[in-house]
Write a protein that binds this ligand. Structure first.
Ligand SMILES: [Fe+2]
Ligand SMILES: [Fe+2]
Length: 324
């Protein structure tokens, strides 16, 4: 590396250490740019794919109130995806490229959305556990070093906290309902608990990108730290539901002042990430179909925009002649 490149690196790191935000036009190491493109686009894809398991229940919500809540939540997730695609675009990748990477299987998205939603209680469990895990991951991102990502996350986090509360409240009602409703609630918790723990990513010693991401303050806490926070939070909240977490090893540890928990099935995680989860195929097919079905809309929008631009420039030429 020559001297100027070294200087630029140092200045860059100094700005990060001083908690200054890095903006799209600032100099940044190529690896920083690539890491962020990967992370933000994966995040955006997760928001959009995440609409599918819940969208599945909009027509079957048990009341008008629940339908309105679920509709609003799913719509929020679409919004999150859009802010995040926009943030990623500032790093020099186009939205078409990102979609292409998703559709070809090159880009990943959160493994959790490859699990099926089998009952209404899954809507509660997703809100409480999946959005709950997302919040813990995302709150520190409001202070991430890249400006557009940090700013997008502020609004996202406000909405996520509504998502989590509606999920908990949905389960609370079921937990106070009939025996069948209670069973449905417990069954949903059983199925979503372990995949939610996997949302924090691999164990720290097996997380290759973590060290640089911490140095660049893209990440502020390690995967295991965040996972532990999540376990501590949920292990307390579940008491209010009078339900149990499906982990016989879950115990309060007086010494560490944290909950100990059982071993995570990392083989399952690997399989789902590699495309072999229960719904991977279905999710990608749904996205690809939506893309193809939207062909005529994109074409019409492009033609319309060109027509508008032409009219505008003609009007400008005309008024320029008038004033001559
Ligand atoms: Fe979201
Ligand atoms: Fe959410």
């Amino acid at each position: 590396m020559d001297q100027t490149a070294n200087q630029l690196q140092d200045q860059f790191q100094q700005r990060i250490d001083l908690e200054q935000k890095i903006e799209p036009r600032d100099w940044m190491p190529e690896k920083y740019r690539q890491t962020l493109i990967r992370q933000i686009s994966q995040h955006a894809h997760s928001e959009i794919i995440g609409m599918l398991p819940e969208g599945n229940w909009i027509t079957r919500a048990p009341s008008l109130k629940r339908k309105a809540i679920l509709l609003a939540k799913v719509q929020d997730e679409a919004g999150h995806g859009l802010y995040l695609y926009s943030a990623a675009e500032t790093l020099g990748i186009s939205r078409d490229e990102m979609y292409e990477q998703l559709h070809s299987g090159k880009a990943k998205y959160s493994s959790i959305f490859n699990y099926p939603t089998l009952s209404w209680a899954d809507m509660g469990a997703i809100g409480w556990l999946v959005d709950g895990a997302a919040i813990l991951n995302q709150v520190p991102l409001c202070r991430t070093s890249f400006g557009p990502y940090a700013r997008a996350m502020v609004r996202v986090c406000k909405e996520e906290s509504f998502h989590q509360r509606q999920g908990f409240e949905c389960l609370l009602q079921l937990s106070r309902g009939s025996e069948v409703q209670r069973q449905m609630c417990q069954d949903a918790i059983n199925r979503w608990w372990w995949p939610s723990l996997m949302m924090f990513g691999p164990k720290d010693d097996e997380s290759p990108n973590s060290k640089l991401s911490m140095q660049w303050k893209i990440k502020r806490f390690s995967n295991d730290e965040l996972r532990q926070k999540f376990v501590d939070m949920i292990a307390e909240q579940i008491k209010l539901l009078n339900m149990v977490l499906p982990d016989p090893d879950l115990t309060w540890n007086e010494q560490t002042k944290h909950y100990d928990y059982g071993a995570i099935n990392w083989e399952e995680f690997k399989q789902v990430i590699q495309g072999n989860g229960p719904c991977n195929k279905e999710r990608l097919e749904a996205r690809k179909k939506a893309w193809t079905n939207g062909d005529w809309v994109r074409e019409a929008a492009t033609v319309h925009a060109a027509k508008q631009a032409k009219r505008k420039s003609e009007a400008q030429t005309f008024s320029a002649k008038e004033t001559q």
